[in-house]
Design a protein around this ligand. Structure first.
Ligand code: IPD
Ligand code: CA
Length: 289
C-alpha cells in the first residue's frame, strides 16, 4: 500500500476508531475461540448439518461461535454491517462492516485436527471498495493469534510472546513450499486435483492444511512461501489477506487485482510472478466450475 493510499484510508477511519475496531475484533475472536475450544460437545453429541454439498458441513459450534461474535458487535457497534458465514448478516448505517468466519476449518474441527481458526475482519469503504483495516485470525488449538491493523504491520501472538511478521524471502518456485485447498463441489475438486498435479512437480512441496485463513497466515509468518485456492469466500480471506499484506506479501487474483471468489493467490513479491505464471499455464486452474 502506498503512503498516499494509507493516508486516504486514515482520512476515512481515524486512529481512535481503529483502536476500537481492533480491540473489539480481539475480544470477539477470543470469546468465540474459548467457546469452540472448551464447549465442544462430545463427538457423538455434536450436531452436524450439511450446506452446499454433503461434504460441506456446519456444526452447532460454527453457529454458536458466530452468535457470540455478532452479539458482541451488535452490543458495542450496533450501526456496523455484518457479513457472517453462517448467516449473521445485517446491513449497517456506519461506514464499517465486519466479515466473520466463526470457524474456518470446520472439517478439521469435526475430526479434532487442531488447524482451525476464528477469522474476523473490520472493513471500511474506500472509493467504493471494501477494504480490511483490522484482521484477527485466532487459533486457540494452535495457541496462535495472527493480527494486523492497516499501516501498522502484522503480528503473531503465541506462547513465545508477540512477534512482528515478515513473509519469506524465497523467490524460486522450485524451492517454494506452497499450500492450497479444495472446495466442497465435486466437479471443482476434480479440477483442483488437476491443478495440484501440475503444480506439485514444480515446487518444493504442497500442503493442504484445511483452513484457508491459517494457510494465509502461514504465508504471512513465513512458514509457507505461497498459497493459492479457487473459490474461497470473502470470510475465508478478509482478515488473513490484510495480515499477509501487512507482513510485506501480496494477495491478488490471477490478474493482480484484489482477491476474489475466482482465485486467491498469496506470496512474497519475488515469488508471486512465477507462481501466477504457472497457474496461468493452459487451463491449469480449471474451467470455472
Ligand atoms: C474451508 C477451509 C478450507 C478451504 C475451503 C474453505 P470452512 O472453510 O478454509 O481450507 O479449502 O475452500 O471453504 O468451510 O472450513 O469455513
Ligand atoms: Ca467456516
Amino acid at each position: 500500500m502506498t503512503t498516499a493510499h494509507l493516508e486516504h484510508v486514515l482520512d476515512i477511519v481515524d486512529e481512535a476508531t481503529l483502536d476500537a475496531l481492533e480491540s473489539l475484533a480481539h475480544q470477539a475472536a477470543a470469546a468465540a475461540g474459548e467457546l469452540l475450544l472448551h464447549e465442544r460437545p462430545a463427538d457423538n453429541e455434536l450436531q452436524v448439518a450439511t450446506k452446499t454439498t454433503p461434504s460441506d458441513v456446519v456444526t452447532e459450534m460454527d453457529e454458536a461461535a458466530e452468535a457470540v461474535i455478532t452479539s458482541l458487535i451488535r452490543t458495542f457497534r450496533p450501526d456496523d454491517a455484518i457479513v457472517g458465514e453462517e448467516g449473521g448478516t445485517t446491513a449497517g448505517l456506519s461506514p464499517v462492516r465486519w466479515v466473520i468466519d466463526p470457524l474456518d476449518g470446520t472439517v478439521n474441527y469435526l475430526y479434532r485436527i487442531p488447524c482451525w481458526a476464528v477469522s474476523i475482519a473490520a472493513q471500511v469503504l474506500v472509493d467504493g471498495q471494501w477494504q480490511s483495516v483490522v484482521g484477527v485470525v485466532h487459533s486457540p488449538a494452535l495457541r496462535s493469534t495472527w493480527h494486523a491493523r492497516v499501516g501498522s504491520g502484522a503480528f503473531l501472538d503465541d506462547a513465545d510472546g508477540r512477534e512482528r511478521l515478515h513473509v519469506s524471502g524465497q523467490t524460486q518456485l522450485s524451492q517454494a513450499l506452497l499450500a492450497t485447498g479444495f472446495g466442497y463441489d465435486a466437479a471443482r475438486r476434480a479440477e483442483q486435483g488437476r491443478t495440484l498435479a501440475h503444480m506439485a512437480p514444480r515446487c518444493r512441496d504442497i500442503r493442504r492444511a484445511g483452513a484457508a485463513a491459517v494457510d494465509l497466515c502461514w504465508v504471512a509468518d513465513g512458514r509457507l512461501d505461497g498459497y493459492w485456492e479457487r473459490g474461497i469466500k470473502l470470510w475465508d480471506h478478509a482478515a488473513a489477506a490484510l495480515i499477509v499484506s501487512e507482513a510485506g506479501g501480496i494477495v491478488t487474483d490471477l490478474a493482480g487485482g484484489p482477491p476474489g471468489p475466482d482465485v486467491v493467490i498469496a506470496a512474497n513479491s519475488g515469488l508471486w510472478p512465477d507462481l501466477v505464471a504457472e497457474l496461468k499455464v493452459g487451463d491449469v486452474l480449471g474451467s470455472g466450475v
